[in-house]
Write a new protein. Structure first.
Length: 129
């Protein structure tokens, strides 16, 4: 949820969803990230628009939600949150497909011989006094 939406909901007495954690699958072929069906309504979010999604089985129209995504929230210094608008689609594995709209914020390297990758996203450093 974007900061202005958080402020609006708080001021109007509308419940603000708590952070939610789920498994994301990197999909470099996806131009737009998406979340699994039902996540937006489970979080109590209102759709901001509708989106025509092309899948292997054809086109369909889905609700779009504003989300603030943090990859690797369990890290000591996770990357900065990324604001995205994502459609809900049926995903077989995980809660979210992480597409190029999120990946474009950083740099990704694939080390095929080691079967591993590195994804470096912007991170604001906070120093303790």
């Amino acid at each position: 949820m974007r900061p202005h939406e958080f402020t609006r909901r708080s001021g109007e007495g509308i419940p603000v969803p708590l952070p939610w954690y789920g498994l994301g699958l990197i999909d470099t072929g996806a131009e737009v990230s998406c979340v699994n069906e039902g996540i937006g309504s489970m979080l109590g979010l209102e759709p901001v628009s509708r989106y025509r999604v092309k899948t292997p089985s054809g086109f369909s129209v889905h609700n779009v939600y504003q989300l603030r995504v943090t990859l690797g929230p369990g890290l000591d210094l996770p990357p900065d949150p990324i604001d995205v608008e994502v459609p809900e689609v049926e995903i077989d594995v995980g809660a979210m497909l992480i597409g190029r709209d999120i990946l474009s914020h950083g740099e990704m390297a694939w080390y095929g011989h080691d079967e591993r990758f590195e994804l470096v996203l912007p991170r604001s450093f906070v120093t303790a006094l």
